[in-house]
Design a protein around this ligand. Structure first.
Ligand SMILES: [Zn+2]
Length: 229
């Protein structure tokens, strides 16, 4: 059999058995994020910010700027949803976790979505992003008790009130250092509200690690944190 035919057959069978497309641009790719898209992801700047112990969040860390193809990947992960992105984005998150310049937390807590939204979507994107982090990932310590509108598209004041009182933390969090994980932080209100609830339930400290952070004027997303305790 001619070699080229075999190579073509193997490639076609491979694509049928393991069809992989870039989750951002849709082109065939060996991984769920093609090199072209991946090269355009910009590191978050800053990638780590201290806020201080007087606030619900001690720090915010992020892997990438919420911009361009990184922002598209975040949206495709959640809204399409595109399962090709699960693995590469989870690996990105594990790498960002490994780079954190602080003592590892006791538990990693993915920011919860409401149970009804979970049924609709079939998964929580924040849990997907935790799947490769080598730590104690806990989904039983924080619940979303009120369904909220997506923060994207709301102005800054509505973002604040939209998530107020939306979360409830379990007493089992007492004494634990918590790292929240979310797909994106823009205004920061969601992580702020989670932090407030976790501290109220007795967590020793709370920080947040997001896949992407910030926002561009072109996307209509304010990049501003209002961390009044
Ligand atoms: Zn691509």
């Amino acid at each position: 059999m001619e070699l080229r035919f075999i190579q073509t057959a193997v490639r076609l069978i491979g694509e049928i058995a393991h069809p992989t497309r870039c989750g951002t641009c849709g082109l065939l790719s060996e991984t769920g994020l093609c090199p072209t898209c991946r090269a355009e992801f910009e590191p978050a700047d800053p990638s780590f910010e201290w806020f201080g112990s007087g606030l619900p969040l001690l720090f915010r860390a992020a892997a990438f700027r919420y911009h361009g193809r990184a922002a598209a990947a975040v949206r495709h992960l959640k809204y399409l949803p595109n399962p090709f992105l699960f693995e590469p984005m989870a690996l990105d998150m594990a790498a960002a976790f490994a780079r954190l310049p602080l003592t590892p937390c006791d538990v990693v807590v993915p920011v919860p979505i409401h149970p009804l939204r979970r049924i609709e979507r079939g998964f929580n994107q924040a849990e997907v992003l935790c799947s490769r982090i080598e730590a104690d990932v806990r989904t039983d310590l924080l619940r979303r008790i009120r369904r909220t509108r997506p923060q994207a598209g709301l102005d800054i004041d509505r973002r604040r009130t939209n998530v107020r009182g939306a979360f409830s933390a379990e007493p089992a969090v007492e004494g634990l250092a918590v790292l929240l994980v979310d797909d994106v932080t823009t205004s920061g209100f969601t992580a702020f509200e989670c932090g407030r609830e976790l501290l109220r339930a007795g967590a020793s400290r709370v920080g947040v690690l997001a896949y992407a952070t910030g926002g561009q004027a072109s996307e209509g997303e304010p990049h501003e944190w209002h961390l009044d305790p």
